[in-house]
Ligand binder design. Structure first.
Ligand SMILES: C[S@@+](CC[C@H](N)C(=O)[O-])C[C@H]1O[C@@H](n2cnc3c(N)ncnc32)[C@H](O)[C@@H]1O
Length: 317
């Protein structure tokens, strides 16, 4: 598929997913659509928030353990990063690795990814950087990756794994495993179960940036799918569901209202919500079990001293 055909397919998929999500008895929208260009920029601001401990904590573990992590990954590695965003986490790792053979970042949001490629090529001019725009949950994008020599390591930081339900996370890791050979690796960053107050503050921050991130999805639907959402008629809600071990993000309708999207009308009752994102939290044992059940043997992990966050390295059996 050429670029134009890919873009048309992406718009069609967005339309189909939004129409089916809003038609469901419990309205929902896939969280990958939060990341258009504006959403990706807002997410960068989230990562800098005091309340959003995830990025800060993961960065501190990387800063402290980078030499150990690089040594663990070994030489001649091809780093594949699904959901790479601005690729800021890969860059120091690539600089520390011994003769990396390539860097293959993937993201659904093209603007930030393509800008990051130019930056990485300036700082690592000898490295082959081949970005891929598309959905990393689809086998298609994995088939489009160039054939490379060297051991492959999938780099999956930022607790993006948490955006998948446990079943979907298991399917996703199996999809990764299917593209890897014995001895290839996975470097995974995941948020751990903790106090619900800390968790809820991260997704309902005092500066209202997560609110802007959530509501941007309605602006996007208005812009791209001829939607008529009055964004002020929806409120941002985020709460920790302890049994499901996840923070759920919703948009709550503040009134009974009709909204048009692509020529179809959807009725919202007052208080009805659109479920826009899950962020699942794991225990260390839960993560190790997930890896073991999807073909990966956990080899090592690193955490902060409060055990708020973990980075795990595993290899295909
Ligand atoms: C939680 S952010 C993490 C970004 C970055 N890896 C980090 O650690 O800061 C998730 C990233 O994955 C991308 N993304 C989410 N779902 C995706 C999907 N299904 N396919 C491709 N990219 C996706 C988003 O655009 C965003 O850049």
């Amino acid at each position: 598929m050429n670029m134009a055909a890919q873009q048309i397919a992406a718009v069609e998929a967005f339309e189909q997913d939004v129409l089916s999500g809003l038609s469901a008895s419990r309205k929902t929208l896939p969280c990958k659509y939060l990341y258009d260009e504006a959403g990706s920029r807002i997410f960068e601001r989230i990562c800098e928030l005091e309340d959003y401990y995830l990025t800060r904590t993961e960065a501190a573990i990387f800063a402290e353990q980078l030499d150990n992590i690089a040594a663990r990954l070994g030489e001649d590695v091809v780093l594949i990063e699904p959901g790479a965003g601005n690729c800021e986490k890969a860059e120091p790792l690539l600089q520390r690795l011994v003769s990396p053979s390539g860097y293959l970042p993937m993201d659904i949001s093209p603007e930030i990814l393509l800008a990051a490629r130019a930056r990485i090529q300036r700082s690592l001019p000898d490295l082959e950087v081949v970005p891929a725009v598309g959905d990393f949950t689809s086998a298609l994008i994995w088939q489009r990756l160039p054939a490379t020599s060297g051991r492959k390591v999938v780099f999956f930081p930022g607790s993006t794994i948490g955006n998948f339900t446990p079943d979907a996370a298991s399917e996703l890791l199996q999809l990764f495993a299917a593209r890897l050979r014995p001895g290839d690796g996975l470097l995974l960053g995941a948020d751990l179960v903790k106090d619900s107050i800390v968790l809820e503050r991260a997704y309902h921050d005092s500066e209202h940036v997560t609110e802007a991130f959530n509501k941007n999805l309605l602006h996007r639907i208005n812009r791209e799918l001829d939607g008529s959402f009055n964004v002020d008629n929806f409120a941002h809600r985020a709460f920790y569901h302890s049994r499901r071990q996840r923070v759920e993000m919703h948009l709550v309708s503040l009134a009974q209202q009709n909204v048009n999207v692509c020529g179809r009308t959807f009725l919202f009752e007052e208080g009805e919500t659109i479920h826009t994102e899950n962020s699942h939290k794991y225990t260390l044992t839960g993560l190790q079990a997930l890896l073991n059940s999807t073909g990966f043997a956990p080899r090592q992990y690193w955490t902060d001293n409060q055990q708020h966050y973990a980075i795990l390295y595993a290899e295909i059996h």
